[in-house]
Design a protein around this ligand. Structure first.
Ligand SMILES: NC(=O)c1ccc[n+]([C@@H]2O[C@H](COP(=O)([O-])OP(=O)(O)OC[C@H]3O[C@@H](n4cnc5c(N)ncnc54)[C@H](OP(=O)(O)O)[C@@H]3O)[C@@H](O)[C@H]2O)c1
Length: 269
């Protein structure tokens, strides 16, 4: 696939979102949930620019990534601390993404560092299935993920890994090559599980592997007006020699309070 050519870019000013106290019974958001459950087809203006592209997808599986980063492109401090780079509007957006997806996927680095719950708590919506990519079976503490809320919890691990997981966690084994599970094999697995929309929530390594394999459909890059100075960078892709080799996806930039959300359409890269 060519990396040349220019992506198109535009900026959309979203209407102010609901206050924190109103998020659970925001009628516009409830209409979005209905639309994603197949009960409605028109998205309210407040949400159409951001969620329309996810609703309209035609392929059997859509994978959307999210990455919250500072102005200087860091996703965590040098100690791995990342809660919370982004403010309340971006966090609410993350929970909305979870609510419209069937499954949310993280790499084992994030599962160990953040002990995330991956549930929908800041807006109305049901919890997606939780999936951890842990090819070597490094995750020992499943407490935050393996909760009894009725949502599935899955471990994707390598053929030779210990595969030790507590009751309630489904263990699935995928082939590896050079320590990498082909993101397209992960997509095929997720699709075979019946998932139609998947949120790849991080971290950077996991999302980078998907982008490098051309296996990510969209990326919501959330940029917070904060400078961390040092710490792990966001995306890490193979080096290129000249700027004209850069990936230039079509993008739409949205203002979420004082933060920016850059919606990158990676489907054609
Ligand atoms: N700001 C944000 O939005 C955000 C979001 C999430 C996480 N974070 C932060 O990011 C840091 C963790 O991110 P990270 O990039 O270090 O780790 P990560 O992406 O969460 O996990 C990476 C690890 O997952 C496994 N993995 C993922 N995809 C794989 C594939 N296709 N094939 C084989 N193995 C695969 C590998 O495990 P092995 O190493 O065992 O081979 C890999 O090293 C933490 O500090 C966390 O707080 C920030």
């Amino acid at each position: 696939m060519s990396r040349r050519g220019g992506g198109s870019a535009s900026v959309v000013a979203l209407p102010d979102g609901p206050d924190e106290a109103e998020r659970f019974d925001d009628p516009d958001w409830l209409a979005v949930l209905e639309a994603f459950q197949g009960a409605g087809s028109v998205l309210p203006d407040a949400y159409a620019p951001l969620f329309g592209p996810l609703l309209e997808t035609r392929s059997d599986l859509t994978v959307v990534g999210q990455l919250g980063q500072s102005l200087d492109g860091r996703i965590a401090t040098v100690t791995g601390h990342s809660k919370y780079i982004n403010g309340p509007d971006c966090l609410a957006h993350l929970h909305r993404l979870r609510a419209v997806c069937d499954a949310v996927v993280v790499g084992v680095g994030t599962a160990i560092c953040d002990r995330p719950r991956l549930t929908v708590r800041l807006v109305a919506g049901r919890n997606p299935a939780r999936v951890v990519i842990d090819p070597r079976g490094r995750l020992e503490d499943w407490e935050s993920l393996n909760t009894e809320d009725g949502a599935r919890c899955l471990l994707l691990t390598g053929a030779d890994a210990p595969g030790a997981a507590p009751d309630g966690v489904e263990v699935h084994r995928l082939g590896m090559s050079g320590g990498n599970v082909d993101p397209h094999a992960i997509r095929a697995f997720l699709s075979a599980q019946g998932f139609r929309r998947v949120l790849l929530e991080g971290g950077a390594q996991t999302i980078s592997r998907f982008i490098d394999a051309r296996a990510l459909d969209r990326l919501h890059l959330l940029i917070s007006p904060v400078l961390l100075g040092s710490g792990p960078a966001g995306l890490q892709l193979p080096a290129i020699a000249t700027v004209d080799e850069a990936i230039r996806p079509p993008t739409v930039t949205h203002c979420l309070g004082s933060e920016l959300l850059v919606d990158c359409d990676l489907s054609g890269i």
